[in-house]
Design a binder for this molecule. Sequence first.
Ligand code: GDP
Ligand code: MG
Length: 660
Amino acid sequence: MRKDVRILLVGEPKVGKTSLIMSLVSEEFPEVVPYRAEEITIPADVTPERVPTHIVDYSEAEQTDEQLFQEISKANVICIVYSVNNKKSIEKVTSHWIPLITDNTDKDSRVPLILVGNKSDLVEHSSMETILPIMNQYSEIETCVECSAKNLKNISELFYYAQKAVLHPTGPLYCPEKKCMRTLCVKALTRIFKVSDLDNDGILNDNELNFFQRTCFNTPLDPQALDDVKNVVKKNLSDGVRDNGLTLKGFLFLHTLFIQRGRHETTWTVLRRFGYDDDLELNQDYLFPLLKVPPDCTTELNHNAYLFLQSVFDKHDKDRDCALSPDELSDVFDVFPYMPWGPDVNNTVCTNEQGWVTYQGFLSQWTLTTYLDVQRCLEYLGYLGYSIIAEQESQASGITVTRAKKIDLQKKQTQRNVFRCNVFGDIASGKSGFLQAFLGKNLKRQKTIREEHRSYYAISTTYVYGQEKYLLLHEVFPDFDYLTDADLACDVVCLVYDTSNPYSFEYCAKVFKHYFMESKIPCMMVAAKSDLPEVKQMYGCSPLEFCRRHKMPPPQSFTCNTSTAPSKDIYTKLATMAMYPHARLRCMCTCNRCTFCLCQNFLNSELLQTIRAKLYAVVLRRHVSQADLKSSTFWLKAGAGATAFAVLGFAVYRVLLKQR
Ligand code: GDP
Ligand code: MG
């Protein structure tokens, strides 16, 4: 919102400029006035629009042309005053004043003009007949008003119109020649309609209208007013009201009506509430609220933001198949100025058989954007109207900035929900296959991916000791000499080699020795393409020996050449290593027969979940208040007692075995 309004009065000498100002201030007509009134400032609380307002007089006798030009360029609105009983002063409006103002103002920043006919007490007739053609000729003329400094007629109105012309200009909203709203205004209101149509049925029902009214004007509409609004629309427009709700057509009609009746501040209030500036663009402060992300910290969506995105998904998944078809997806992004997701997204997150982004995939992609480019995420949430619908201060309140990783490492505990795994490996070692398998695609399905649609990221969720976490895989381009800091920064490293290619392992060994041997980041070696015959690697020692020497888990066999979706065990392990970098996971096999595997599976099993939930309930009833319950710290602490659960798991497991 604007800080203040500067109103300048110009016009021929003796038309009554100074008298108008003095009349406004003293509320009586001054018989004697100086050539020029001092600049006055009206404090915000006594003006109708609650903004400080400066009123500036001009006098040819006291001021030079240079001074006049300066005042013109400083003004937010200019009142051109003429005297209704003086034809010459009217002629000068077009022959002198308007061209002078045009010459002394920026071409882009249009200053609104108001034509003021003073001394209406002296004549019987109105000057409107002469003035209307002028108004039609110049679109910068916002309005005209006849008044009298002597009778105090229309004086406060005049200054109110001037204020309004600055704060709520009609120009950007409405085209007086065509008698309809301008394209940009229609576009903005259409977006507002779509955001407010919470169930996406193309109609604003009473609930939605009330919510809309409350967010824009801080008060709900009473039922009578609601009916009145609908009746007005119904009377004028056959398809403005449907199923007792307002259609988009009806909504746009209503705003046209507001504007035509001089109530365009109503439309402006709506537009501003939804983030629009005077040019009807979403303003930068709205799209990019301040969010500080210190180094070593990452950004994640919080619970509130996920709930909101969930509602966005539900609203657009019209056929309820838990996936967004191309049409449904483009409907989601209809409130965006451009399509934010390319076809690569379908190869970055989980999709259904048709290749459409699933519910889980939808949230994953948002998680990825938040993690990699939080500014973009703020912008996107802004287009969706997050702060308005979720009733939050700004999009920034949907973001959690995690604490520095250094501190996580010191405390051996983390509250993060997203972990990044960078995947290294020589050309054709199987990195992409490894990424795509995380999304449930086997080799056969991967072959259908077009080169230009491929992605270097894959993100999905996996369970770490019963807690759902996001794992973000990033395929690093195998150019040994050009690894950037971003390529190296991650929570866990995955080194992929092709078991069937004898020259494949060397790259992994080289990357490890050069970049990660000294770092504290846990590393995992993956022996990809394990469906093919294994060959001896041309390297000083075997991969197994290499891992043993460097205290890494043994190489993990992996293949995505499966008949069904590839196994996800390996990703769970990666996420576990990322979350607990200190822990030495004894067994890294995927046999599903040994104690570790059984234990891991058991921990995730339904039975244990129930037991655990019951245990929580008991513990909670004793110690934990409702507030603690909500805080993720508590859950993490409870979860981080993983060892305790492992022991517990064992106990129950043994009991079960005995029973068998
Ligand atoms: P300025 O040169 O435009 O600032 O005009 P002034 O305020 O000095 O007014 C010029 C003359 O017009 C003065 O004699 C005022 O008393 C007179 N005047 C100003 N406003 C009105 C009005 O509304 N009605 C009448 N009858 N006289 C006015
Ligand atoms: Mg004067």
